[in-house]
Ligand binder design. Structure first.
Ligand code: GDP
Length: 298
């Protein structure tokens, strides 16, 4: 129920139009498909993904000799699920000693997401250490400290402008001393300067390889769902500079553009691991594609 309530706007955006297509058309023709296409594109599934979904749908309709528009609904749901299939989504950092790097540009909800994730892991009984390695933005460390307090976990920080690598170095030492299960690093996201970002991530990864080689490494990118196609473009750019293992898609509660989750998984093959559905510590949910698509068309 919470999944659906957090996605009300996205759902309304897609479902109201789709239902009128399935019930408004008397037979399956080009207009019918065009109408579906338009709704999916308006729902922020993106042009490429939408085309792929429609190709699948048309093929199925032919194969199964479907004649009634209303009978296409299940096939459409199935086609979307298949299109966004990225296999079983793993959460290895919940199972073994790990370091989780979180990257994302300013304003997407990165600090909030790191705080929520710390709270979630802590509530699972894990020992969590936070590293405030996004030293570029003024007050980012203070804001993260508030989240660390809220989640009840330790945070290692540095001065504004400090070398992120040295913060990570200190945080690794703290994680070892405290026998942490998860070291959660809030790292930078200066996409306008890809070279710097790449260099910074390389440095951090080098330190982790050297000082914390037995920890499983996860790299999550935080994206703001309200930016729709922009979020997809950002994900693509981050994928060029880092080995991304998952995505946190924030602000799903306030947007009609949640369909971008379909485009992200379909076009990048990277799983959306969590969605943000509000501003408080509990407002982070594991993402399940199948459930998501069901909720959208329910
Ligand atoms: P950062 O600059 O990327 O670290 O972004 P912040 O974590 O400071 O978040 C920016 C704003 O987005 C804040 O006002 C957050 O409360 C808000 N925010 C973050 N995640 C969510 C979410 O899932 N839902 C909603 N409604 N707001 C969010």
């Amino acid at each position: 129920a919470r999944l659906v309530s957090g996605l009300t706007k996205t759902r309304d955006n897609i479902v109201s139009g789709i239902d009128s297509v399935f019930h408004g058309f008397s037979h399956i023709d080009d207009d019918f498909y065009e109408e579906i296409e338009e709704i999916l594109i308006m729902g922020d599934l993106g042009v490429h993904t939408t085309e792929a979904i429609l190709d699948k749908l048309k093929e199925r309709v032919k194969e199964e000799k479907i004649k009634e528009p209303a009978d296409c609904k299940e096939l459409l749901i199935q086609s979307i699920k298949e299109q966004m299939d990225v296999g079983e989504t793993a959460y290895r950092f919940e199972e073994e000693k790990s370091v989780v790097l979180v990257i994302g540009v300013n304003g997407v909800g990165k600090t909030t997401s790191v705080g929520k994730l710390a709270g979630k892991l802590k509530s699972q009984g894990k020992r969590v250490v936070l590293a405030a390695a996004d030293t570029f933005r003024a007050a980012a460390g203070d804001q993260l400290k508030e989240w660390a307090n809220r989640a009840g976990v330790d945070m290692i920080g540095g001065q504004e402008g400090a070398d992120p690598g040295s913060v990570v170095y200190d945080a690794v030492a703290a994680a070892k001393a405290r026998k942490a299960d998860v070291l959660l690093c809030d790292t930078a996201g200066r996409l306008h300067n890809k070279k710097n970002l790449m260099e910074e991530l390389r440095k951090i990864n080098r330190i982790l390889e050297k000082e914390y080689s037995d920890a499983y490494r996860e790299t999550l990118v935080v994206l703001d769902a309200t930016t729709g196609q922009n979020a997809l473009a950002q994900a693509r750019q981050f994928a060029e500079v880092a080995d991304i293992t998952g995505i946190i898609l924030t602000k799903m509660d306030g947007t009609a553009k949640g369909g971008i989750a379909v485009a992200i998984q379909s076009e990048l093959g990277i799983p959306v691991k969590y969605i943000g559905v509000g501003e408080s510590i509990d407002d982070l949910q594991k993402f399940d594609s199948g459930q998501f698509v069901n909720a959208l068309f329910d």
